[in-house]
Write a protein that binds this ligand. Structure first.
Ligand SMILES: [Zn+2]
Length: 466
């Protein structure tokens, strides 16, 4: 007989719950609640909250919120047939890990639901009042949490179970904001005759928060360097790069006219060599020049100069560090593309503090304004700034050591967590984010360590008694 928390996780895995489709899992949770005599409430967006009364002797203790998200990232391996809208996740065990056949496992974040339910339904466990808070659509931009009503959660202590390393307590996360920049431009009849494409590829790219300090190159910046160094010998026809705001651009491509193709090849070689030496986080930077078909007008000199200078001046990467491993403020120069009459650029800023976010956004806005661009700031979400005096974190650290004779680590992450949203919506909530050992999340290689899962469950059971 396997552990109840594992059994519940397997039951959850039978219910379709891709982002944007949380209805069935929400219903299932509320059915479970009513079978156990707990009150279940759903808000207008579809977030769920279950109220579990305190056990005898704990009525006067402060309540705890146990929180996770209901949706999962639905990805299948190449060639696998799986209909996420109806097929259960096909779970199996291998060497102490739970895995799924050909798809994501959904341990992110099914473990949160399983832990909260297993604790609540076990009549032998003592605890204060619990609020089980399950949000919808976390994976598509913390959407459910953003729709939560202010003070929907009453508890002063919140345990977010959405981290992926046991013994590492997440105590803060970055907020973020996006900026779209648009530079008007003119085109002119070309003077040079030979169309060439310049392609930057082979870069690692990666997550614009967690990998922004991994010394990786930005394909847009590298391509711009080639254009900058060969400026007088080329005319610009096409320029695009990057594909998502939250990904470091791993590919960029330009089309130019020139009368000096050899010079361009040489410049490209130089930039490639310098980039290979400079960006130690990369191992296969490639800048390629090829003949191209093109008949379009080129961008006029003045506009071309502005594009190149704008990209040169805009920052990319870490602006300030928080500690030796985590950035405090960063920016990702994420996407560029050249239209007929304008050049568009999108950036994504992150910061551990609201001030820091304002600061980096203002720097970018100022630069863009200097070039006469139109600027649109949007999609801001709040940071969860670490609270150095958190009693919950202190309690969790000492309890973890008592239970497992191992000193836990605290960590701040440079990516968004729902705790950031809660920090802005709850008056003075003490928060902590934890989770069992998981690997390969958001991919078909996702796996969950069973022993670690059970340990984290036992740990939560004890922590809510503090
Ligand atoms: Zn998650």
């Amino acid at each position: 007989m396997s552990h109840r928390v594992v059994e519940i996780f397997k039951e959850i895995s039978r219910i379709p719950r891709c982002s944007r489709h949380c209805e069935r899992i929400a219903e299932w949770i509320c059915d479970w609640a009513s079978n156990n005599g707990f009150r279940c409430k759903r808000d207008s967006y579809g977030n769920v909250i279950v109220k579990v009364p305190a056990t005898d002797g704990y009525e006067n203790r402060g309540s705890y919120a146990l929180q996770g998200h209901m949706d999962m990232v639905c990805v299948r391996a190449e060639g696998v047939e799986h209909d996420f809208s109806k097929d259960p996740i096909d779970i199996y065990e291998e060497n102490g890990w739970l895995k799924a056949k050909g798809t994501t496992l959904g341990a992110d974040d099914g473990v949160a639901i399983a832990i909260a339910m297993a604790l609540s339904e076990d009549e032998t466990k003592e605890h204060p009042e619990l609020e089980l808070v399950f949000t919808a659509d976390e994976e598509i931009g913390l959407v459910g949490a953003s729709h939560l009503e202010r003070n929907f959660i009453k508890s002063k202590r919140l345990i977010n179970i959405d981290s992926e390393k046991e013994g590492v307590f997440v105590v803060g996360c970055a907020g973020g904001e996006d900026i779209d920049i648009s530079l008007p431009l003119r085109r002119q009849t070309r003077r040079f005759s030979r169309p060439l494409s310049i392609t930057v590829s082979g870069l690692k790219g990666g997550h614009s928060g967690t990998e922004i300090n991994s010394n990786r190159a930005n394909a847009v910046k590298l391509l711009n360097e080639v254009l900058y160094r060969s400026f007088s010998s080329v005319e610009l026809v096409h320029f695009s790069g990057g594909k998502a705001r939250n990904a470091i651009p791993d590919f960029a491509r330009a089309v130019v006219y020139t009368d000096s193709p050899n010079e361009i090849v040489e410049v490209a070689k130089k930039v490639e060599n310098y980039a290979r030496a400079l960006f130690t986080g990369e191992d296969s930077i490639n800048i390629e020049i090829k003949d191209e078909e093109a008949s379009m007008d080129a961008v006029d000199r003045e506009s071309f100069g502005k594009i190149v200078d704008l990209i040169n001046k805009l920052p990319h990467g870490v602006y300030e560090m928080y500690d030796s491993e985590t950035p405090k403020i960063s920016n990702n120069l994420a996407i560029v593309n050249l239209d007929i009459d304008k050049f568009n650029l999108s950036t994504n800023q992150r910061s551990l503090t609201e001030d820091g976010l304002d600061k980096i956004c203002l720097i970018i806005e100022d630069i863009a304004n200097d070039f006469g661009c139109s600027v649109n700031r949007h999609s801001r979400y709040p940071a969860w700034t670490p609270d150095e005096n958190s009693e919950l974190v202190e309690d969790a650290k000492s309890l973890y050591f008592e239970m497992f004779s191992r000193e836990p680590r605290t960590k701040v992450i440079h990516a968004g967590l729902e705790c950031g949203i809660f920090a802005s919506k709850l008056d003075s909530a003490d928060m902590l984010s934890i989770g069992p050992d998981m690997e390969g999340i958001h991919s078909p290689d996702e796996k969950l360590n069973i022993e670690s899962f059970i340990r984290v469950y036992e740990f939560v059971c004890e922590l809510v008694k503090r």
